[in-house]
Unconditional design. Sequence first.
Length: 298
Amino acid sequence: MSRPLPVTAAVVAETLPQRQRWLGLRRFAGNRMAVIGALIIALLILVALLAPLLAPHDPVFDQDYSNILAGPSAAHWMGTDDLGRDIFSRMVFGARISLQAALIAVGLAFCVGVPIGIASGYFRGFWDEWVVMRIVDALQAFPSLILALALSAALGGGFYNAMVAVGIGFAPAFIRLARGQAMTIRNLDYVMAARSVGAGHLRIMWRYVLPNAMAPLVIQATLAMGSAIIAEAGLSYLGLGARPEDPSWGSMLHIAQGYLNSNPTLALWPGIAIFAVVLGFNFLGDGIREVFDPKLKR
């Protein structure tokens, strides 16, 4: 009879992360709202990627002046707008603009805010207390949408300038969160051990601080994507985001405001889309938080 092989520390170290990932997936799958949110975001991504195949008409140039403000029909499933453009086609391409808005704004805020926050919390000192945090406090004194409005107007409007403005407005939240995580992690035993064997500051921040700070940062990024979509829709509604002819859900709401009495469905479809997508990102963020937060483990 053969003796069982000894369980080494390497085997245990390799098995535990796999078991933790499996338990995290089970917790996520057990959260019904998180699964619904993930399905909504997956549908948004799928529609955005397949927009040219799903849209039966060109969202900008296919205009039917003999069929203006028409109701739903076999030719136009959601009706037409004030220029005879197919609303369904514009909704489909609007998903692409909303997804781009979320990725650009949150990606910029993440790439700018996280390195600054980690470096500030790791090194502390004058730079942290009197430069970085004072700038963060000044930026967070303004509501993010008001700050985005001001920055977008200063940059000259346009979709990409608006998303840069939204990203700058979101960056202070990532700086503050990354700084708090770095301040906690820099005093932990494995960081002190790495420092004692001669590891450099950049290596410690990259190999030890950043990976262990990623969980709350990913949750923050997921929730911020919903806010970015709302900000893009608001800026486009005010004329500072996407161009009026572009199929943005915000610009569609701007057009619909003049026809609320005669054709309220113009505002119904983009309003439902914005509500559903933002709700999906919030459900997804709550589900990810339940996976990573040990206080919420079942």
